[in-house]
Design a protein. Sequence first.
Length: 78
Amino acid sequence: MKKTNIVTPMWEKCKQVLQSGDIVKADELLMQLIFKLADYTSNGYKDDDKIEGVKLEVWKERAWYTIENAGLLDYDPN
């Protein structure tokens, strides 16, 4: 698959913001990452297809576990 260099920088930014403690910004960035991964799926990518050298399925798991571990499943910024 084509190397895009979009997801990795998004992922790195998510981790950085989480470490800073800005949970509102982290929630926003993680949702953007989820939407980007959903775009790949909508465009026909399968879980075994690699995005920037990593299986799409692994990107999805990383995002999910990060959201879950950060306590963002029930998070409401309002």
